[in-house]
Structures are given as structure tokens and as C-alpha cells.
Design a protein around this ligand. Structure first.
Ligand code: IDP
Length: 160
């Protein structure tokens, strides 16, 4: 059954992740998905898209006054993006930990940006920074029917 955004809490918490064009070009799609699978999170939506300028401007609306905004939108539209929704306990916060800091230079080894990136403007992956942003971003990138609710048979081995 469809789970409404207001119920995206506890083990049903959801976050929006997007492998940016550089992550895709560098063949990191499988590596990144593997990390979230092994962690124990539950993939409920995924698609590869060439994002429109309109979508990207909406996605990064909060950064519209920053000097790098136009370049950021251009970079995000420079190739395919792999957009995903992952579900699980504390997934918003934990995914941000797994991504590392915005600047790869501040990101610890073991994080995605720490292991694979160098430059702040080529930082491989996006992840929602709060539950509110996750709701907004999932709704922006996905139609409700694109989110698939499936029985996770490992769930009882991952959550008490
Ligand atoms: P986040 O992606 O870690 O949440 P935000 O501050 O929301 O970081 O910035 C969004 C994206 O904008 C970053 O992931 C990065 O690609 C780009 N960005 C952020 N700060 C800079 C900067 O100072 N120069 C160039 N690009 C930046």
C-alpha cells in the first residue's frame, strides 16, 4: 500500500539520494548502491534520468542566491543522474554520514565523498539533509506510483 509522507518515520523513514553525473560517468553507481544495500537499507524507488533545468532549479531552490548556483544546475544536467529513494531507521541522518561532508576534502575515508572525490563541485552524490527536505525532494523527483512498497524479508534481522 502507498505510505503517505506523514508516515515516513521510524523504520519507514525515507531519504532521497541522487548519484550525480560525475558519479555515473566514473562508474560508481554499483558501488554506491552496494553500500546502502549492505548497510541494511531498503530501496523503494530508482530511475536514471537526464534531469531538466526546471527540475534542477527547483531541487536546488534554496541555493539560488549562491554564486555557484548556475554552474551547479549545469553540472547536474550534464549527464544522467540516478535518482533513488531509500527507506529505513534514521536513513536521512545515516545516509548523510555515509556520503561524507559537502567538500570531499573534509570527508573521512570510508565515506563516499571521502573515498571517491576531490573537488567540492564534483562530489558524486546528493542526499537529503533533513526529513523535511527528503519529503520535498522525493515528491519533486518521483510520482507516487514510482515508489514501490515491497515486503522486506530481511527486515526482522535488521530491526529488532
Ligand atoms: P550538500 O550537497 O552536501 O547538502 P549543499 O550546501 O546543499 O551541500 O550544496 C549543494 C551542492 O552544491 C553540493 O553538493 C555541491 O555539489 C555544490 N556546492 C556546494 N558548495 C559549493 C561551493 O562552494 N562551490 C561549488 N559547488 C558547491
Amino acid at each position: 500500500a502507498h505510505i503517505f509522507p506523514s508516515a515516513w518515520t521510524g523504520i519507514n523513514e525515507r531519504t532521497f539520494l541522487a548519484i550525480k553525473p560525475d558519479g555515473h560517468q566514473r562508474r560508481l553507481v554499483g558501488e554506491i548502491i552496494r553500500r546502502f544495500e549492505r548497510k541494511g537499507y531498503h530501496l523503494v524507488a530508482m530511475k536514471m534520468i537526464q534531469a531538466s533545468e526546471e527540475l534542477l532549479k527547483k531541487h536546488y531552490i534554496e541555493l539560488r542566491d549562491r554564486p555557484f548556483y548556475e554552474r551547479l544546475v549545469k553540472y547536474m544536467g550534464s549527464g544522467p543522474v540516478v535518482a533513488m529513494v531509500w527507506q529505513g531507521l534514521d536513513v536521512v541522518k545515516t545516509a548523510r554520514m555515509m556520503l561524507g561532508e559537502t567538500n570531499p576534502a573534509d570527508s573521512l575515508p570510508g565515506t563516499i565523498r571521502g573515498d571517491f572525490g576531490v573537488d567540492i563541485s564534483r562530489n558524486i552524490i546528493h542526499g537529503s539533509d533533513s526529513r523535511e527536505s527528503a519529503q520535498r525532494e522525493i515528491t519533486l523527483w518521483f510520482q507516487p506510483h514510482e515508489i514501490v512498497c515491497w515486503q522486506d524479508n530481511a527486515e526482522k534481522w535488521i530491526n529488532e
